[in-house]
Design a protein around this ligand. Structure first.
Ligand code: R5P
Length: 317
C-alpha cells in the first residue's frame, strides 16, 4: 500500500487546467510539468517533464466537450505516466462524460459508461476520483477503487449563506431519477420536496408534466446533476411558474451547457443558476444570473486523504 512518504504529484489535462491550479494551491504543491500538444496530423503529443518514478500521481481531466479529445488525452497521459514508472496513478474526473449511456435502454445500443471505465483502467489508472456521477452505480463499472464525491456540501453551504433555506423553500427534482439527490438537499435545507413527473401520452407521444407536491407561493430550488441543453430545467421552470412558484433557482454540479443552453437559461428567467467548476466555462459567456462555485477544496482534500490513506467517506458527513 502506498504510504505518506511517496511524493504527491498532480498533473492536469487540457480540460481542467484552472481547476488543477486551484487544487494544487489547496494542496500547497506546484502543478506537475507536462507538455500537451498536437502532432501535425492532429494526434495528441504528451511529454511529462517531471520525474514521476515511484510517485503517487493524480491526473485531473474532465471528459467534457470536446469529449473524445479530452478522453483520449487522459488515456495518453495515463499511459505516459505508467511508462515513466509512476508508483500509482489516480484518474481524477471531476466530470465523467459518456455517463448517460449507462445501460441498454433499447436493443443495439452501446453502454459507453462501461467502455470508458474499461479504457481508463486498461490505460493504467489504479484508482478513480470523481464527482456526482450521473448514476452512482457507474462506480461498479470499474474493478479498481472509485472515490465518488458529492458537490452537495459546497452547494448547500452557499445556499445557506444566501439564506435560501429559510425562505419558504421547496426543493424540486426535475425528473424521477433525481429524487434521491433532491431529497438530500431538501433535508439539509429544511425544505419541502416536490417532483416534476414527466409522462408521454397518446400515440404521438406528447409529453405532459405534473408537479407532485405544492409549489404555490413558494421559492423553488431545482436540483440536477447536470445542465446540458437546458431543456429539462427550462421546461420545469415553465410548469413550476404555472403552478404559482415565486423565485426559481437551479443548482447543477456539471455545467455541460451545450449549444444555446445559456440563452435558454436566460429565457427561463431563473433567479440564479448555481453551477460548479467541474467543467471549465468560458468566462466571457457567463451571464449575470450564473454563480460558479469551486469544488477545488473538496477535490484537494480528497486527494490529500487518498494520498495519506485516510478516509474519504468522512468528507460527506
Ligand atoms: C437526466 O437524466 C439528467 O439528470 C439531466 O436532467 C439531463 O441530462 C439534463 O439535460 P438537458 O439539460 O439537456 O435537459
Amino acid at each position: 500500500m502506498m504510504g505518506i512518504r511517496n511524493r504527491l504529484q498532480v498533473f492536469s489535462g487540457s480540460a481542467s487546467v484552472d481547476l488543477s491550479k486551484r487544487v494544487c494551491a489547496k494542496l500547497g504543491i506546484k502543478p506537475g510539468d507536462i507538455y500537451i500538444g498536437k502532432f501535425p496530423d492532429g494526434e495528441v503529443e504528451i511529454k511529462i517533464n517531471d520525474d514521476v518514478r515511484g510517485a503517487d500521481v493524480f491526473v485531473i481531466q474532465s471528459t467534457s466537450a470536446p469529449t473524445n479529445d479530452n478522453l483520449m488525452e487522459l488515456l495518453i497521459i495515463i499511459d505516459c505516466l505508467k511508462r515513466a514508472s509512476a508508483g500509482r496513478i489516480t484518474a481524477v474526473l471531476p466530470y465523467f462524460g459518456y455517463a448517460r449511456q449507462d445501460r441498454k435502454a433499447e436493443g443495439r445500443v452501446p453502454v459507453t459508461a462501461k467502455l470508458v471505465a474499461n479504457l481508463i483502467t486498461r490505460a493504467g489508472a489504479e484508482r478513480v476520483l470523481t464527482i456526482d456521477l450521473h448514476a452512482a452505480q457507474i462506480q461498479g463499472f470499474f474493478d479498481i477503487p472509485v472515490d465518488h464525491l458529492y458537490a452537495a456540501p459546497v452547494m448547500t453551504d452557499y445556499l445557506q449563506r444566501i439564506n435560501l433555506g429559510n425562505s419558504n423553500l421547496v426543493v424540486v427534482s426535475p425528473d424521477v431519477g433525481g429524487i434521491k439527490m433532491a431529497r438530500a438537499y431538501a433535508k439539509k435545507l429544511n425544505a419541502d420536496l416536490a417532483i416534476v413527473d414527466k409522462r408521454r401520452i397518446g400515440s404521438k407521444q406528447t409529453e405532459v408534466m405534473h408537479i407532485i407536491g405544492n409549489v404555490s407561493d413558494k421559492n423553488v430550488l431545482l436540483i440536477d446533476d447536470m445542465i446540458s441543453t437546458a431543456t429539462t430545467i427550462s421546461e420545469a421552470a415553465i410548469v413550476l411558474r404555472e403552478q404559482g412558484a415565486k423565485n426559481i433557482y437551479a443548482c447543477a454540479t456539471h455545467a455541460v451547457l451545450c449549444g444555446n443552453a445559456m440563452e435558454k437559461l436566460a429565457r427561463a428567467k431563473l433567479k440564479e443558476v448555481i453551477l460548479t467548476d467541474t467543467i471549465a466555462l468560458d468566462s466571457a459567456k457567463i451571464k449575470s444570473f450564473i454563480k460558479i462555485l469551486s469544488i477545488s477544496e473538496l477535490v484537494g482534500e480528497a486527494i490529500r486523504r487518498i494520498h495519506n490513506s485516510e478516509s474519504v467517506s468522512s468528507l460527506f458527513i
